[in-house]
Write a protein that binds this ligand. Structure first.
Ligand code: OTU
Length: 638
């Protein structure tokens, strides 16, 4: 049966008839979904596990898991599956926001009180950071999951989460959750059973008796968190018999072994359980690491894609409106490979993120333009999630070869960007912190809130009015680009009121060693109230700008996902692009430098234009320069 999907499907239909039967009137639709994706599922699973004697059984088991979840799907969500247009992710009206439940709202119940604020920002896509049960003490901000079916008690309960999902849906918002599928916490029930000596559960993880067995893998791996010391393997004598355990990230996060099909099926069950609580988008954490093979870097292996395709097909049967978002912070070529309708329809756009900060530091948009011109096209049905920063550090993930072509020396340039954004470079406006500085290579990444990185903290410290003005304009400008580029803009909650770095993490033992906490501040309610009451303050100006950007997205379908056409107005400092949709076009012009810059406005084509951002009419013939960090959003008038 391995080779022939059609025969396999016939046979499986017979074997699974009792389950299909239970779908009652929903059976034809369920069978149609099964048929539509069966080839994809079969192709992925047979490539991964077809060599196994029990492959037929494994395939059937995966399908059973999907069908059981389909049968358990609440009617409200089944209706949502039928109504939701798959292309919603590409609409211009989408606006994303992310944050930690406790830091943004105290608890899941507290989130209900924050809904008016989210509506004010036009949020349609709410990404809550991991909120599941975790070990006490360090848990990597929730990325060490002890149970996928339990909410951390201090945040609330699964029933409250399901209620929240329903409340969000009623307001036109989608619920996005992290799905940490590369590893579990070392106190997950599977890990506990492995410790107790259950061989089936030890086979869920990568466990080795001898250091010698580890070496063929260890030699070719990159260190993700160099600060932890050692490599990705930890000796655990609390595992029966004593074992080396693979842990790519922190030692308490144990990597799951997807060469074992039981792992894929178990994780599928957890995933579909969450989908059935009302989660619309699952952010697949650390997706490049899912598959391991000795002698390779164990990142972005072809099998990692097959695992995602298998999940995608199974989810299409059980929870057809579920969307996957890829979290792959790797080379741009590799990032792009996960963005496909049969893998992840959504993906973080780390390249745009770091290229924007790059242009801001260098006052040179050439690399950014190059990125826009050739790297960020998306296929039908997919979209980027565009962001300035997230809960993680910023890494300079540009392609070396692109930089070299532009005459930029990659290593030196990254060193410059790190020095600039950690405030060590003379004249820098940024106040970031070096994250995971590697003393051996001198590499690091950067932590910091948007306001801290864009100069607001420095300006406030120095009490300098010009610096303050520049900092506010930078923050507005960067968000202006992210909101108009196409793709879902993703705001880190707190950045809409320009919250500064929060150094208080150093006094919390579970956080002190990880400075990413500096940019995960507790939401400052008093600051929000002031921002609302005093729109001329920096926080007030940023908030007002974000509300206006939301309105712009709502009224201008040209800002939906689609090609970005570059225009050239000057050789270096500015960025200008045009977006078109439904017979309308919109042109965005930005100056990424703190000086007034001369431009050749002929590049805009014939006017007159209405500048929707500045609220005035513009005749290109009379436009000779752009002000410091100026932003124009132009619609052809008439
Ligand atoms: C992710 O990040 C999460 O976003 C982090 O918050 C977690 O610590 C981590 O996984 C472990 O769960 O290396 O510096 O290519 O770069 O998964 C952040 C993907 C990370 C990795 C990414 C990882």
């Amino acid at each position: 049966m391995e080779g022939d999907p059609a025969r396999a499907l016939d046979e499986l239909r017979r074997r699974l008839a009792p389950l299909l039967e239970q779908a009652g009137p929903g059976r034809p639709a369920l069978e149609a979904r099964l048929e539509a994706v069966f080839e994809q599922l079969f192709a992925a699973l047979s490539a991964l596990y077809g060599h196994r004697w029990d492959f037929a059984w494994q395939l059937e088991a995966v399908l059973r898991t999907a069908l059981e979840a389909a049968l358990a799907r609440p009617e409200r969500l089944a209706a949502r599956d039928r109504e939701r247009r798959p292309d919603w992710i590409r609409e211009s009206r989408q606006v994303g926001a992310m944050g930690y439940v406790d830091r943004f709202a105290g608890s899941i119940v507290g989130l209900f009180d924050r809904l008016p604020h989210l509506e004010h920002l036009g949020v349609t896509y709410l990404h809550l950071m991991p909120l599941f049960a975790v070990p006490d003490g360090p848990n990597d901000g929730g990325y060490a999951v002890s149970s996928y079916r339990e909410v951390a008690p201090r945040l609330g309960s699964m029933a409250q989460l399901a209620d929240l999902a329903a409340a969000l849906h009623d307001r036109g918002m989608a619920l996005v959750l992290d799905f940490v599928l590369n590893h579990t916490a070392d106190d997950h029930a599977w890990a506990e059973a492995a410790k107790a000596g259950d061989p089936a559960m030890q086979a869920f993880y990568w466990m080795f008796d001898e250091r010698g067995e580890v070496e063929p893998f260890a030699r070719s791996l990159r260190q993700i968190f160099p600060d932890r010391g050692g490599d990705a393997f930890v000796w655990r004598d609390d595992v029966a018999g004593g074992k080396w355990v693979w842990s790519t990230f922190y030692p308490f996060q144990w990597d799951l072994n997807y060469t074992n099909p039981e792992v894929l099926r178990a994780i599928l069950g957890e995933m579909l359980f969450l989908a059935n609580q009302g989660v619309d988008v699952l952010r697949l954490d650390a997706v490049p690491f899912l598959w391991k093979k000795a002698g390779t870097p164990c990142e972005n292996l072809p099998e990692a894609h097959l695992v995602v395709r298998a999940f995608n097909a199974a989810a299409a049967i059980a929870a057809p409106s579920l969307v996957f978002k890829s979290e792959a912070i790797v080379h741009p070529d590799e990032v792009a490979r996960y963005v496909r309708v049969d893998e992840c329809r959504l993906s973080y756009n780390p390249l745009l993120m770091c290229s924007l900060w790059d242009a801001l530091a260098t006052r040179d948009t050439r690399h950014l333009r190059d990125v826009l011109a050739r790297r960020l096209r998306t296929a039908e049905g997919t979209a980027w999630v565009n962001y300035l920063r997230c809960h993680d550090d910023i890494g300079w993930g540009m392609a070396d070869e692109d930089m070299t072509e532009l005459g930029i020396a990659p290593e030196d340039h990254r060193r410059f960007l790190n020095a600039f954004y950690t405030g060590r470079f003379p004249g820098s406006f940024a106040r970031g912190l070096p994250f995971q500085e590697n003393p051996r290579t001198g590499d690091c990444r950067v932590s910091g809130t948007c306001a801290a990185l864009a100069g607001l903290e420095q300006a406030e410290e120095l009490g300098d009015a010009t610096l303050l003005e520049h900092a506010v304009r930078r923050i507005v400008l960067l968000h202006g680009l992210v909101y108009t580029m196409g793709g879902i803009p993703l705001l880190y909650l707190g950045d809409e009121i320009a919250q500064p770095n929060d150094p208080s993490y150093t006094s919390r033992p579970a956080e002190a060693a990880d400075n990413r906490w500096v940019h995960r501040p507790f939401f400052d309610d008093a600051r929000l109230q002031r921002a609302l009451a005093e729109p001329a303050t920096p926080a007030g100006r940023v908030l007002e700008a974000l509300v206006r950007l939301k309105e712009l997205r709502r009224s201008e379908p040209a800002l939906a996902v689609g090609p970005v056409e570059l225009l050239e107005l000057d050789p270096r400092y500015t960025l200008a692009y045009r977006k078109r949709a439904q017979g309308r076009s919109l042109t965005v012009v930005a100056n990424l430098c703190e000086h007034e810059v001369d431009i050749e406005a002929g590049g805009l084509g014939p006017g007159p234009f209405l500048d929707l951002w500045g609220g005035r009419n513009l005749e290109p013939a009379r436009l000779r320069s752009l002000e410091a960090y100026g932003l124009l959003v132009l619609r052809r008038d008439g």
